[in-house]
Design a protein around this ligand. Sequence first.
Ligand SMILES: [Zn+2]
Length: 648
Amino acid sequence: MKTFKIRGGLGDSAVVNTAAKLQDNLYLATNSKWLKKAEIPADRSSINGFVELDIKIKKQLLDDLNDFSSNNKNLPKINNLNKAIQLYQLALDFNKRDDDGAKPIKNDLNKLTSLNSFSDFNRQASSLLLSDFAFPFSLSVFADMKNTAKNALYFGSTESFLPDAATYKDSSADQLLSVFEKQAQDLLKLSGLTDDDSKKCASDAIKFDKRLAKYKKSQEELNDIAAIYNVYTLTDFQSAFTSLDISALLSSLFPDLPERIIVTEPEFLKHIDELINSTSFEELKGWMIVTFINRYANYLSQEFREAAFAYEHAIYGLQELQAKDKHAYSIANSVFGEIIGLYYGQTYFGKQAKADVEQMIHKMLATYKTRLNNNTWLSNETRKQALKKLNAITLKIGYPDHVSDLYDLIEISSTKSLYENLVKANQTKIKYNFSQLNKPVDRTLWGEDTPANLINAFYNPINNDITFPAAILQDPFYSTERTLSENLGGIGAVIAHEITHAFDPNGSKFDEVGNIRNWWSEEDYAKFNELSQAEITLFDGIVCGGLKTNGNLTVGENVADLGGLTVAIETAKKENGDLKEVFQTWAKIWRGKMTPQYRKSIIAYDPHAPQELRANVAAQSIDDFYTTFDIKPGDGMWLDPEKRVHIW
Ligand SMILES: [Zn+2]
C-alpha cells in the first residue's frame, strides 16, 4: 500500500528506487539509475554533479601544475602563479616532509607549551594572534554592513572542534569529541610531548572547547543578519574584558584605533571574561596547543597526516586520505586559489561561453523584472525599490580582471619547510586584512572565497553582486551541446537562484548598494514574512536519509530555489521551451549521494536543504509542474494548491 508523505515526494528520497514514477518522486525517477551506479570516492564524503566536476577540474589543473613543475609547459604570464607552483612542489616533497617529522613545528609548539601563566598569555596576546596561533576570539576587517563603502572591525567567536554550535547539542557530540581527543593525544605524542602532557592538554582542550561552544552562535542564528550587526563603542567593547588587556591588544594591532567595533555575537562577548581568565588559563592553553597541532598536522609528514585522519573519518565518513598529489594541489589552492582560478579561467573559459552565460543572465533578469512588475502582493512603492535593487545587481562572470595585491606580499621560500611557508602566508593574510581597516572597500575584487576554479555560484548581499566562476559554467549545469530548456533547468535556474538571494529573508534586509536598510513598507514586509514562514513550514520536518530537515535553517536557500526554478520555467515558456526538460534537468543537477556521517553532520548546520528535497519541493510549488507531467491528487508529488508557496 502506498503512503503519501506529500511534502518532498513519495518515500524517503535518499533511498534509491529505480521503479519510482516521476509523478511520485521527481528526484528518484530522474536519478535512480545514476544513483544506483554512482560511487562515493574513498577520499570524499559525497558524489554529485558538483563533486564530479570538481574531480575533473582538479585533475586538469594538477596535470598543468605538474607540467609547469617539470618545464613541460611554459608558465603563462600570471602574477604570482610561480609561487603557487613552488608551494605545490614543497607540499609534494614527502621525502623532505617525512625526514623533517615534527621538526618544523618545534619552535612554535614550544612557544605555546612554555606559556606559564595568564599574565604571560596577556603579554604575548598580540604576537600570538598575529602569528596565526589559535586565538579564543576572532577579529576581522570587512565592509561595514550599514555603510559598505567603508571597512569596519568585527569581533566574533572562533573555530571550535565540532563544526557548528548546534552539533554540540546532538547526541553524537560526546562520541565525536572523544575521537577528537584521542587524535589530539596521538598528534601531541608524535610532536614530542610526553604521554601525560598529551593527555592533560587534550582533556583541558575539550573542556575549554565545550565552554566556548556554549556561547557561540549556531549557523541558524548567524543567518539572522540584523542580529549580527551590533555596534559597540570602543569603550563599551573594552569594558567587557577585565582579565585580558584588550586595550593593549587592540592598540598594538591597530595603530589607528577604530571608534566602533561590530560585535556579531553579543552573548559571546558577554561571557568572554568568564572564558578567558587566570582560572581558565590551563584549559585555554590546552585548547591553543590542540587547535595548533590539529590545524597543522596535515602540513607535516605522512605519519602526521595519518594520525590526523580519525576525526575526518568519524565526522565525514571519509575512507581514505587524499592521494599525495591531490593533497599538494589542495594546499597550493588553499593559499593561491584566486591565482590558480585566474589561470583556470584564462585558459579554459572561452569568450563564447562568457557571452552565452551573460546573455542567459540578462534573460533571467528580464523575466525577473516582468515578474516583479506583475507581482500581486507588493505595493507600488516597495516594487519600485525592489526593481531598483534588481537593476543595480552587478555581474561577475568567469574570472576577475584583477586580484588582491595581497598575493604580491606572500613569499614562498624553497629552503624553508612547507609548514613555515604556510604559517608565514597566513600571517601575511592576517596583517593584510587588518591593514584594510581604514581603506575604502574595493568592490571589483572577487575575493578569496570565490575563485574561478570553484564549482559554485554566489550572491553577495553587501555588494549586491552575483558571481559565476568559470568552473560552474559547464556540464551538467551548462553546455553548448544542450537545448535551451536543458540549460534553463541547469545554469538558468542557478542564475535565478542567485538573483533571488537578493530577495530572500536575508538579502531582503540589504539595499541596492549592499547596506542594511529597510526599503519595505511595513505591510509588504509582513506579507513577505508570512510567505517565508509558509516556505519554512513546507520544508520543516521532511525526513530525508532518515533525518529531519530544519525549515528555519534552510529557508534562505529554499526561497532562492523556488525563485530560481519559477523564473527558469517562466523564461522557458516565453521561449516556447520544453518544460519537461527544464524540470528534469533541475532534478538532475541535484543528484547525489553522501556518506551517512556527512549527511548527519551537515543536516545540523548546512543552510541548504538535502539536495533530494531541493529538487522535489521547489517543483511541488510550481503549478506548471502538475500540468507538465499530469500529476493528480494521490500522486506522491501532489501538493494541494493552497499548500504551494509562491513568493517571487
Ligand atoms: Zn544559494
